[in-house]
Design a protein around this ligand. Structure first.
Ligand code: SF4
Ligand code: SF4
Length: 321
């Protein structure tokens, strides 16, 4: 009888674990986008725009297209692009290019969360491209109020630092419509029209902005693949410009910032673990608390990790202007 009771107790433990793991799984798809519409049609492109869904865990959109002549099943929609969800905005959009002239297309947009749950597709069908691209010689308006958003980094290593910037997006032709935003950076000094061509293109993400909307972009430094990945002096220099489908560009706007580290004095319990771990002897005792000499610190993150392991979380990376 005793053995049976023990067996049942173990079984109930497993059952409990299983229910906990099921509880922690996210199987719920975000809400789909709404108000999907065509903003503009060209010979080889269309501009799609939609309302941002209200799901807090919405992470990115998947964009699909297919020829209208193909039967309308989800499997016939071909994944063409991905775009980060910007929950600060009310609308987002994308330019889909490389289309054939005078053809009919169907487009679809879905929303995914970090667990790869995907919402239902929102579709717009029978969109006919023009038989040529209209000549567009009007440049986009200028990016306005481009600025760094100072933040704590959540990462322990310098490569996990995310630079956050915000700006008010211009339109394609002046202040109307949707335009793509090109971002470049340099570890060596400010980026401007003189050195734009030799600055490094920011890897991997196409940002788009709806005219007049404040847009927030996140730039993980690890995506700055060109050497050196960590800029000398821990300063970084970014610049952005708007570009339309005809190659017309706005003026270049730039911003810069510094990656710095600091001991939050009230959280420091003076255990001196960070002094022992620092490879650069950059940390000293100042009035009974740890203090970082930034001229020696190489932002390796070892002290942050050590302090965190002790449960103190007294050292943070900052992004500052
Ligand atoms: S490890 Fe953290 S708590 Fe300990 S001395 Fe350094 S900063 Fe203070
Ligand atoms: S980040 Fe690295 S170099 Fe800088 S103070 Fe901490 S341990 Fe020292």
């Amino acid at each position: 009888m005793k053995k049976i009771l023990i067996f049942l107790a173990i079984l109930s433990l497993f059952a409990c674990d299983d229910s906990i793991s099921k509880l922690s799984l996210d199987n719920t798809a975000p809400n789909p986008v709404s108000n999907l519409q065509i903003l503009e049609t060209g010979g080889d492109y269309v501009k799609l725009i939609w309302s941002v869904p209200d799901s807090k865990d919405a992470a990115f959109y998947k964009i699909y297209k297919k020829l209208s002549t193909e039967t309308e099943t989800i499997t016939n929609f071909i994944f063409t692009d991905q775009l980060q969800v910007n929950l600060q905005n009310t609308q987002q959009g994308i330019i889909i290019d490389s289309l054939a002239f005078s053809n009919n297309y169907d487009f679809a947009v879905s929303v995914c969360d970090e667990s790869m749950n995907e919402s239902e597709l929102q579709k717009i069908t029978g969109i006919e491209t023009l038989n040529n691209n209209p000549v567009d010689t009007t440049p986009p308006g200028d990016i306005a109020q481009l600025q760094l958003v100072p933040t704590f980094s959540e990462g322990y290593e310098i490569i996990d630092v995310v630079i956050t910037a915000s700006f008010v997006a211009p339109g394609d032709d002046g202040d109307n419509g949707i335009t793509e935003i090109e971002v470049r950076y340099s570890p060596f000094g400010p980026v401007n029209s003189d050195n734009w061509q030799t600055a490094f293109p920011y890897q991997g993400t196409v940002f788009s902005g709806i005219a007049g909307e404040t847009t927030i972009i996140e730039l993980p430094l690890k995506k700055c693949m060109a050497p050196p990945p960590v800029p000398p002096n821990y300063a970084f220099y970014f610049a952005a410009r708007a570009i339309d489908e005809a190659g017309n560009t706005s003026a270049i706007k730039s911003f810069s910032g510094k990656i710095t580290a600091e001991v939050i004095r009230k959280s420091c319990i003076s255990c001196w673990e960070c002094l022992d771990i620092c490879p650069e002897n950059a940390i000293s005792k100042q009035n009974g608390k740890a203090s970082i000499d930034l001229s020696k610190c190489v932002r390796c993150g070892d002290c942050i990790l050590t302090c965190e392991e002790k449960g103190n979380e007294a050292i943070k990376y900052y992004i500052t202007e």
